[in-house]
Design a protein around this ligand. Sequence first.
Ligand code: IPM
Ligand code: MN
Length: 357
Amino acid sequence: MAKKHILIVPGDGIGQEVTAVGKKVLDKIAARFNHEFTYDEALIGHVAIEATGDPLPAESLEKMKNSDAVLFGAVGHPKYDNDPSAKVRPEQGLLKMRKELGLYANLRPIKLFDELLGASSIKPEILKGADILFFRELTGDIYFGEKGRKNNGDTAYDVAEYSRYEVQRIGRKAFEAAKTRRKKLVSVDKANVLESSRLWREEIQKLALEYPDIEVEYQFVDATAMILIKEPTRFDVVVTANLFGDILTDEASQIAGSMGMLASASIGDGTGVYEPIHGSAHDITGKGLANPMASVLSAALLLDISFGLKEESEAIISAIDQVLKKGFRTRDIADKTTDPSMILGTDAIGEEILKLL
Ligand code: IPM
Ligand code: MN
């Protein structure tokens, strides 16, 4: 029996709706496998700014540090997207959380459930068998380097920066993961142009000497963007910098049919944070349309990685698989062949998942 304290951080937009389903699934797992999970909630993002003026209030950070894992929703609000001059922004809360919790490794597994072969915009014969694990570095790069304005504000800059140590620790995690999978690692950079990428490649090459049984391929990010769509089955584990990883994983989400299916784990020095890769999606917020499966799969990653509860994690994945096999869909993963009566909203598809647990 595991006794764990889980912090639910719904954040903004559909984050609220999808984490509610994720939490119900965790509850169901606790009941079925005889664990004791306790919960608390904390604010981040736009809702935190509204309540306190701060996108990551000290109280939220404290709660995160004192919990065994965090189930996270999303942050963002359209109000800031077209207001580049806003000084306080929801995303600052997310970035500060990543930095403060030392979450340097963001794992984004891209795997297509068989039933969704037709839901992707990519041809089924290209997609079949695709199974990729991305390691996106999460606390360095252009996201966290010096930024500012000069020339009376007429020029702006963001510095992309990596230390050897930062590359080594994410690189090692990726090599270790490759050992347990198909033993292939693709390291993605832009070493033909960027100095930070040349240091990245040097460090990955050094690590490769320690892992002679892993086949390593080095790609430039522009080529990776192309090969992901052309030949997604060529990838097993991919390791890359923060910004490249952000962009490539949105692209790769199409391999899994929809962003609504993709979970991620952010891990590092302390508490792990588990969240969908999708954003706050204000266009569908409050309508009960959001696909909660990315949050439910995030809960599965949480159980596996932070608590070591493999069987419980697999029970969740299998429940989702069965729901899809029964033909249930949310709007984002439905296609022309879907019977409209099988297209369910957030809570209804959540109930189907719970039934199978
Ligand atoms: C993500 C998001 C964030 C990022 C945004 C919301 C700051 O796109 O988690 O992928 O760029 O890292
Ligand atoms: Mn992103």
